[in-house]
Design a protein around this ligand. Structure first.
Ligand SMILES: [Zn+2]
Length: 103
């Protein structure tokens, strides 16, 4: 008969996992980590339209949308980005976002 060896698993839970900031998608309204979202900012200086902030480092008011066509489509329908950033309608941004998803 074999002795059953009980291996004690250390209860050292690794809490050192880096926390990524969570942002809400204007499409599905779910909280996601910034890395899985597009950041869209407004041209605060020119007040003209929206821009994808690919580096997520530009200052200014931003809105977030998931990197998938569904959420972009919802955001487009509900004008989520415009409402979130409080700027006028800007259809080009959705075209740009979809192009980014396709890449
Ligand atoms: Zn989403």
């Amino acid at each position: 008969m074999r002795k059953k060896v009980q291996t004690k698993t250390p209860m050292n839970q690794q809490n050192s996992i880096k926390k990524t900031p969570q942002r809400r998608c204007v499409g599905c309204r779910e909280m996601k980590s910034k890395t899985s979202l597009f950041r869209i900012i407004s041209h605060t200086f020119s007040n003209e339209g929206l821009q994808i902030d690919l580096n997520q480092k530009s200052p200014g008011r931003g809105a977030y949308v998931c990197r998938n066509r569904e959420c972009i489509a919802i955001a487009q329908k509900s004008k989520g980005l415009e409402r979130s950033i409080k700027c006028s309608a800007c259809p080009e941004i959705y075209t740009q976002l979809k192009a980014e998803v396709e890449r």
